[in-house]
Design a protein around this ligand. Structure first.
Ligand SMILES: Nc1nc2c(ncn2[C@@H]2O[C@H](COP(=O)(O)OP(=O)(O)OP(=O)(O)O)[C@@H](O)[C@H]2O)c(=O)[nH]1
Ligand SMILES: [Mg+2]
Length: 302
């Protein structure tokens, strides 16, 4: 990689905003090259802002993943939406991610309004193009968005396929201000390993359960012991709201919890680069989504 003159180096924060399930976290993981954000086919997977760092010879992008935009019901959801507003204020560039395989709804108009009101330089990413049988359906969508905002770029992508996103970092860097890197070259995220581990466990729960469970589960890493340089003991608490939900998470003969644990351990070991022991406890905590101190503990900031 060729070094470029210092005054040409660019860096800054880039927010990923969009409706739930648009593919924001998938794109973050794909561009960073590590799983740092939970991904699932259930809406409202992401609950707090997660930064992912992409360092290139010509610049550094700090991607800010945010919760999908939705109508808040609980205190948790109010905090999630405040996170989106905050992220929009503090970044140099906004990427609106839209699921291009889905028809336009009120939610899409609402996200667009957020970007319009932010008045920030913005890129429109039309995602999930792999799902489109006929790519020409993108044209009316592009026309509609083009009339609504002065996009710096409009780029069709498939966040699942790294090939289609190869050029994205350079497109983003073009629109960032000149400046020094904000993170060290080997840093990938602002999140601690404890938080990443809890998020991985939560992702596996979302992937292994359906209906109400995704919305009523939270995971907190309660113990983290590096017993050896190459071995870590991790205890995570899984919160649900009712005893019946605890039963569902545990499953018959504890089979579901075992499966969640095995899958989570596999991903955590990949991230740590060494083996770990993962213990999971399920706790019933009534109405945790409205309890301020629990939300603070879970990193769902006010
Ligand atoms: N076919 C296809 N599926 C995708 C693509 N990008 C994301 N997905 C899927 O869409 C679902 C939602 O992805 P996420 O990355 O969790 O979406 P998100 O926008 O972060 O969602 P929230 O955190 O809930 O706001 C997952 O099942 C992904 O595998 C894509 O390019 N093509
Ligand atoms: Mg997400």
């Amino acid at each position: 990689m060729e070094a470029i003159p210092k005054e040409e180096y660019r860096s800054g924060l880039v927010a990923l905003v969009g409706r739930p399930n648009a593919g924001k976290s998938t794109l973050l993981n794909n561009l960073v090259g590590q799983k740092i954000a939970a991904v699932s086919d259930k809406p409202q997977t992401t609950r707090f802002r997660i930064q992912g760092v992409i360092t290139k010879p010509n610049g550094q992008i700090v991607l800010v993943d945010t919760p999908g935009v939705h109508k808040p019901g609980y205190e948790m959801n109010r905090r999630m939406m405040a996170t989106v507003q905050d992220a929009l204020l503090g970044v140099d560039l906004v990427c609106l991610i839209r699921d291009a395989s889905d028809s336009t709804g009120n939610g899409d108009r609402f996200v667009l309004e957020l970007v319009q009101r932010s008045k920030k330089p913005a890129i429109l990413l039309l995602n999930k193009t792999d799902k489109l049988k006929d790519k020409s359906t993108l044209l009316p969508l592009i026309d509609w968005y083009r009339n609504e905002y002065e996009w710096r770029e409009i780029i069709p992508i498939s966040a699942l396929h790294p090939k289609s996103t190869d050029a994205l970092p350079d497109e983003m860097i073009k629109h960032l201000p000149a400046g020094d890197p904000l993170f060290e070259e080997d840093e990938l995220t602002d999140q601690s390993m404890r938080t990443l581990a809890a998020e991985i466990v939560r992702e596996k729960i979302l992937q292994q359960t359906k209906d109400e469970i995704p919305y009523v589960t939270a995971v907190v890493t309660e113990k983290w012991e590096e017993t050896r340089e190459d071995f870590t003991r991790i205890h995570c608490a899984i919160f649900v709201e009712r005893p019946s939900q605890k039963k569902i998470v545990i499953g018959k003969g504890a089979a579901r919890l075992k499966e969640i644990g095995t899958r989570a351990r596999h991903d955590i070991e990949h991230l740590l680069g060494h083996r770990c022991h993962l213990e999971l406890f399920v706790k019933v905590e009534k109405e945790w989504r409205d309890r301020e101190h629990l939300l603070d503990d879970m990193g769902i900031r006010n």
